[in-house]
Design a protein around this ligand. Structure first.
Ligand code: PFF
Length: 453
């Protein structure tokens, strides 16, 4: 009764889908600020090394788990460990984490839709620049609009997933990824041409070697992990749709390079404009929903048409980037419900929509009507983000590398890496060493840094 599983249609499709998962808000609102604040070019160099030596091996480990097990993320560990109780239990984390992240990430997606609508209705032109940043607080703390937009955003992403792996996710990524790169390059060209943009370029590039501290290394590793969607079950799930013939070193490196390139482009698209408007850069929601709209409002005074077009393109970029990431998380739960609970894809999509939509609604309300409900001083939104980013993702990534490095027989890992001996395996010992020793130590260092420094 085994039904044929879907798979991606080739190398490009794999890279685009995985890069779609990787390229998201992490690239746009965290990387540029981190690079600027932690040594500019020096940070970028550390980041590249962290990606190649640590994140890429973890990425490969997750792809191998998915492709070898040929099943959903929850069952992958169980199947490969022959139903070992520990790994069976660990598999549930791969469902819990994407469910939690998808819930609050979709709320931010809803905010982007609101700002996209604002851009289209030329609100940034009609609001005095100094009042623009002040719009954000009342909007997120209002009760209904953010909730409705979150459900709308989640609904569209679930709708794409309902189309299936090939005609939903793959088709969407094939169109949206090239569009994303074109959009960010257009915004970059505009941004660096503004008077005063030089300072922003310098902010990103000045190499400050004194910033090369252990803390910077830990930040670079943590950012690189998040940016490549590691420890979320997404790469394991997408890995399970990769054909046995695909060279996973090539597809994984292609994904990591696209992700890095996009982060750097996003930095040059945003920071020069922020500096040109004479404001301090920041990170997180404040950068996208307060500083950048301020920039558009300022520019709007002299160049109304250009600034309006750029505002529309900017929020479109955010929406598409967040969608491709959210889609990869939705697919984790959907594939689990289809394969383990026997639901049809359509029904599974409804269940994920109900669960993540409901939880996300509570997250959204935690900025307004539920602001008084806190745990350890954190609202539900902050709590989920904190637990996922600082604890769960790292635990999951550690489990993945430990599983491939220490539990799976070396013969199996080698077989996966070399596609049964048909792909050159000369660097296999190096990759295995990184998975077995370097990556676990690095994850432990990030973990400790998050709590100690
Ligand atoms: N790699 C994504 C990013 O950089 O934004 C991380 C991510 C977050 C993926 C949330 C998926 C997601 F829903």
């Amino acid at each position: 009764m085994a039904k044929k599983r879907e798979k991606f249609g080739g190398r490009l499709a794999v890279i685009l889908a995985m890069a779609g998962s990787a390229i998201g808000l992490g690239n746009i609102w965290r990387f540029p600020y981190m690079a600027g604040e932690h040594g500019g070019a020096a940070f970028v160099i550390v980041y590249i090394f962290a990606t190649l030596l640590i994140s890429l091996p973890v990425f490969l480990a997750e792809v191998m788990i998915g492709r070898r097990s040929h099943t959903n993320a929850r069952d992958a560990f169980a199947r490969l460990s022959r139903q070992h109780p520990f790994w069976k239990a660990a598999g549930y984390l791969t469902i819990l984490i994407p469910t939690l992240i998808a819930s609050y990430y979709s709320v931010i997606g809803g905010w982007s839709v609101e700002y996209f609508i604002k851009a289209c209705s030329l609100s940034f032109l009609h609001t005095p620049a100094d009042e623009i940043s002040g719009l954000f607080g009342p909007f997120v703390s209002s009760a209904w609009t953010p909730v409705v937009l979150h459900l709308f955003f989640m609904g569209i992403c679930v709708g794409v997933v309902a189309g299936g792996v090939k005609s939903g996710i793959e088709k969407f990524s094939k169109v949206s990824l090239p569009v994303l790169f074109v959009l960010v390059v257009v915004i970059l060209a505009y941004s660096v041409s503004l008077p005063g943009a030089r300072q922003g370029v310098q902010y990103l590039l000045h190499p400050d070697w004194s910033e090369l501290t252990p803390r910077t290394f830990a930040y670079a590793m943590g950012q690189s992990f998040y940016s490549l969607s590691l420890g979320m079950g997404a790469i394991i799930t997408y890995g399970s749709y990769v054909s046995k013939k695909e060279n996973i070193l090539v597809t994984s490196t292609g994904t990591a390079v696209s992700d890095l390139l996009f982060a750097i482009l996003a930095g040059f698209a945003i920071m020069p404009a922020v500096f040109a408007a004479g404001i301090e850069p920041g990170a997180g929601p404040g950068l996208i929903f307060q500083s950048v709209p301020y920039v558009f409002a300022r520019m709007g005074a002299t160049l109304p048409v250009l600034s309006s077009v750029m505002a529309i393109l900017f929020f479109l970029t955010i929406i598409v980037a967040a969608m491709t990431s959210l889609i990869s998380l939705v697919e984790v739960g959907v594939s689990f419900l289809m394969e383990r609970k026997g639901l049809t894809r359509g029904r599974a999509c409804w269940v994920v929509f109900a669960v993540c939509g409901g939880l996300g609604t509570l997250c959204s309300l935690s900025f307004g009507p539920l602001a008084g409900v806190t745990v350890g001083g954190m609202s539900l939104f902050d709590l989920l983000d904190w637990i996922c980013s600082n604890i769960l993702l790292l635990v999951m990534a550690l489990l993945a590398v430990a599983f491939v490095g220490w539990v799976l027989p070396r013969r199996v890992v080698r077989d996966e890496f070399t596609n049964g001996g048909t792909v050159n395996g000369r660097i296999f010992p190096v990759v295995l060493f990184l998975i077995k020793w370097v990556a676990p130590v690095a994850v432990l260092i990030i973990f400790c840094t998050n709590f100690i420094l």
